[in-house]
Design a protein around this ligand. Structure first.
Ligand SMILES: Nc1ncnc2c1ncn2[C@@H]1O[C@H](COP(=O)(O)OP(=O)(O)O)[C@@H](O)[C@H]1O
Ligand SMILES: [Mg+2]
Length: 309
């Protein structure tokens, strides 16, 4: 045999071999693709479990009222409810604070107000109306929610704030930044509110992200403010200044604050102590300090931390 023939044979043989391998791979891929397609269809065809009522209730005329009546809630598929028999009222002009250990259900309470989930027992009322009887769009328009983890998008600072209110003017944006104690660092940037933010806010500190995300909620001027641990990355002084400024802009709104630090909530009108999904006490700082064991524990543990720091 000549070398040329041998080479040609080897070439053709390997081409056939590769084709066979490809064929085998295709047979492996088909069932996988089938399973993926089924799953995608399942997701696309899922109907939302939270739907608007056929005839949404008219606006009650009240502003800034939130009430929980014996609310019990469990996440879909969970064995145990995460919230049990929660009852409290938040009124306009008042600050309601929620404190409790991680996993107590604080975030869940806040998320039930814009009706991100439907509850199992009891009633969540906004302005005296059951949230299930309201149009979701109207309900959520009343609420300014600052989530636990600040989400910042790439774009300018202005874009990020306008996410809270599409047609906000520069004045409105500056005012919100002012209240959120973010005006100073924004104005320090070369292009002010037109400055670019990198993806996920990579060129901002944690506290700066938190303040922008607060400004985003403020610019809407909602009647119900929900702050989920939104002051945790701020130093004590900024935290204080921010809450003071907030007090002015929210004097006819209900403010509900989830906090880790006791110092953030000592001047709240009422503090809800949440323990493993149940209310362990409601009162002012002084009242709870005098009579609530769990609250005393939280305060003591934070004092110990401060001393050791
Ligand atoms: N989307 C979810 N699905 C299922 N369980 C959840 C979900 N979100 C939170 N949980 C559970 O509910 C409990 C309360 O969570 P959360 O409200 O986030 O507590 P907190 O804000 O007080 O730390 C936790 O045990 C948590 O694991
Ligand atoms: Mg939380």
């Amino acid at each position: 045999v000549r070398v040329g023939n041998l080479m040609a044979f080897l070439q053709y043989a390997s081409m056939i071999l590769i084709a066979l391998i490809m064929l085998a791979m295709t047979f492996v891929m088909i069932p996988r693709a089938q399973a993926s397609a089924d799953r995608i269809n399942e997701v696309l065809l899922t109907l939302p479990s939270i739907t608007d009522p056929k005839e949404p209730q008219k606006d009650s005329g009240l502003r800034g009222y939130v009430e929980f009546q014996n609310v019990t809630f469990r996440y879909a598929g969970a064995e145990k409810p995460v919230l049990e028999d929660i009852t409290f009222k938040a009124k306009p002009g008042e600050t309601t604070a929620i404190i409790g250990s991680t996993g107590a259900g604080k975030t869940t309470i806040l998320q039930l107000i814009p009706r991100f989930f439907d509850i199992e027992k009891g009633t969540v009322l906004v302005n005296g109306t059951d949230v299930r009887k309201m149009a979701q769009k109207e309900l959520r328009a009343k609420i300014g929610y600052v989530p636990q983890k600040a989400s910042i998008f790439s774009g300018t600072i202005k874009d990020n704030i306008r996410f809270g209110k599409e047609d906000a003017t520069d004045e409105e944006i500056l005012e919100a930044l002012e209240t959120a104690q973010a005006a100073e660092f924004v104005e320090g940037k070369e292009n002010g509110i037109e400055s670019d933010i990198e993806q996920a806010g990579a060129n901002l500190s944690g506290g700066q992200k938190q303040r922008l995300s607060i400004a985003r909620a403020l610019v809407r001027k909602p009647e119900i403010y929900l702050f989920d641990d939104s002051f945790s990355a701020l130093d004590y002084k900024t935290d204080q200044k921010l809450r003071k400024a907030l007090k002015k802009t929210t004097d006819d709104a209900a403010v509900i604050i989830v906090a880790q630090r006791v110092s953030t909530i000592t001047d709240a009108d009422q503090i809800i102590v949440l323990n493993e999904g149940k209310i362990a006490g409601i009162g002012t700082h002084q009242q709870l300090l005098a009579e609530n064991g769990i609250y005393q524990e939280i305060v003591a543990s934070q004092q110990a931390e401060e001393e050791s720091a």
